[in-house]
Ligand binder design. Structure first.
Ligand code: NDP
Length: 474
């Protein structure tokens, strides 16, 4: 393997020492003065302090959002709303590098991913939905679809800015206003986004950002919003569904996954290996639709595994701000211990574990890319979402067995199929119980393409024409 000289990112964003809550167009401290710290997971250094929203702050934010929806944003024409969305998209593009670096610092993910994927895709969601704002009557959802009102949104830490964009762009395009809680460990780009809303002259109250922990999220869910949109774990999604059952609030949930990535014996093997690596090691495996279960046809399993291990051994783990880095830091100490605990059960239950030899930085939260072979369907590493760079490999003999194993999960978010035969792709896609099926590729996203789950992966779609439905009274 070639030795690469370090290639550190030179742009440094202006990170403030302290951030407030963003309510009604202004930053301010929490009513009770609570604050918490955000740390850099690749160094464990404190980055900044941030106000922590409590119930009183949630009430203020929802009131501001209600007033803005009823007096300004709701009555505004779609054409005018679209202009604001375009402006936000352009500002995101102008400040793309700064956002990318800030996201890498706060989250731990490699700069090449934030620079080439997270931030451009976030801007794309605003561009795409700007186009819909004055065409809602042509979305096939009725002649005069109305906004729902105030939307409460709770997002996770794995794609902080991108999840914000997936949620905020369609909500605004449809005439709703928003109160959003970013994840406790990754509030930075949401707060920078709030500054960007000020720069775009977005009317006060249209967007409100409330950093905090689970209790803040729960208070937002319980507040008088008209709809809750949540992305995160199935356990919290289930608790939210219970807590709003019986109310008039609408709900969309984008939850966990344990996707099967199926490699048939006629697949282009080198291409499939790239897809397997992208499927599970992209974003340290902190991806709800990660291809965390590799199902490979027995006749090509040895060949696939040999080439896969050779490829994984070339992945570079380390400084997220080095442009050569493939795998960055794990987002938090808690997530690292969850990954370690589940990985230990794999070895304990008899699976064979393989990790490439690679040095890890001394400070920060790190986990080597890991491949488990000899995995049985009953093992926890085959059933539970590990949410880390850990691949479980199972084999199959016939296409029917592949489908049966792929569907043997309570989740249903995504799946991948690798074969040179188009007919086999269609045959498999028809049978796989997953919201998204990728063929001869993996982890491809587009603002125009709806994304969402079946079964315990949640309900509702985000993106595309279908994603508008979740934000309209139809
Ligand atoms: P959570 O589901 O706890 O977090 C998602 C968001 O919900 C965060 O903003 C969180 O706040 C908030 N939240 C937590 N509790 C509540 C509550 N009772 N009511 C309302 N909002 C709440 O995921 P974790 O970050 O704890 O990760 C745990 C596991 O969940 C991971 O190991 C992974 O398996 C899975 N996960 C799946 C994701 C996906 O996209 N499918 C995304 C993230 C996690 P806070 O940040 O303070 O916890």
């Amino acid at each position: 393997m070639f030795e690469y000289a370090p290639s550190p990112e030179s742009v440094r964003p202006q990170i403030k020492e302290h951030y407030g809550l963003f309510i009604d167009g202004e930053f301010g401290d929490a009513e009770d003065g609570a604050v918490f710290k955000s740390i850099n997971p690749s160094t464990e250094e404190a980055l900044f302090t941030v106000a922590e929203a409590g119930e009183a702050d949630v009430r203020l934010a929802v009131t501001a959002a209600r007033r803005a929806q009823e007096t300004v944003w709701g009555p505004m024409s779609g054409t005018e709303r679209g202009k604001y969305l375009f402006r936000i998209a352009r500002l995101l593009q102008e400040r793309a590098r700064e956002f990318a670096v800030a996201e890498s610092i706060d989250n731990g993910k490699p700069i090449k991913e934030t620079r080439d994927f997270d931030v451009p895709t976030a801007a794309q969601h605003f561009f795409y939905h700007a186009g819909w704002a004055d065409k809602l009557a042509y979305a096939g959802l009725g002649a005069d679809p109305r906004p729902l009102g105030v939307i409460g949104q709770v997002i996770p830490w794995n794609f902080p800015l991108l999840m914000l964009s997936w949620k905020i762009a369609p909500a605004l395009a449809c005439g709703n206003t928003v109160v959003l809680k970013p994840a406790e460990t990754t509030p930075l780009t949401a707060l920078m986004f709030a500054e960007l809303c000020q720069e775009a002259d977005l009317p006060p109250g249209v967007i409100n950002i409330l950093p905090g922990a689970g209790a803040t999220g729960a208070a937002l869910v319980d507040s008088p919003v008209d709809k809750v949109a949540f992305t995160g774990s199935t356990a919290v999604g289930r608790a939210i569904a219970k807590s709003i059952a019986g109310s008039k609030k609408k709900l969309t949930l984008e939850l966990g996954g344990k996707a099967a990535n199926i490699v048939f014996d006629d697949a282009p093997i080198d291409q499939a290996v790239e897809g397997i690596v992208n499927g599970i090691f992209f974003n340290q495996g902190h991806v709800c639709c990660a291809g965390s279960r590799l199902l490979v046809q027995e006749s090509v399993a040895d060949d696939v595994l040999e080439r896969l291990k050779a490829r994984v051994a070339t992945l570079r783990v380390g400084d997220p701000l080095d442009k050569n880095t493939d795998i960055g830091a794990i987002n938090s100490a808690e997530q690292l211990s969850r990954i370690q605990a589940l990985t230990e059960t794999g070895a304990g239950e008899g699976a064979e574990v393989w990790q490439p030899a690679c040095d890890l930085p001394e400070r920060g939260f790190w986990f080597r890319p890991t491949v488990f072979t000899g995995v049985q369907q009953s093992m926890r590493i085959a059933k539970e979402e590990i949410f880390g760079p850990v691949l479980s490999v199972l084999t199959f003999r016939t296409p029917d067995e592949a489908i049966a194993k792929a569907n043997n999960t309570p989740y249903g978010l995504s799946a991948g199929v690798w074969t040179e035969k188009g007919s086999k792709i269609l045959w498999a896609a028809e049978r796989l119980r997953a919201g998204v099926v990728w063929a001869n590729t993996f982890n491809q996203f587009d603002a125009a393409s709806p994304f969402g789950g079946l079964k315990e992966s949640g309900y509702g779609r985000e993106g595309g024409r279908q994603g508008l439905e979740a934000y309209l009274d139809v």
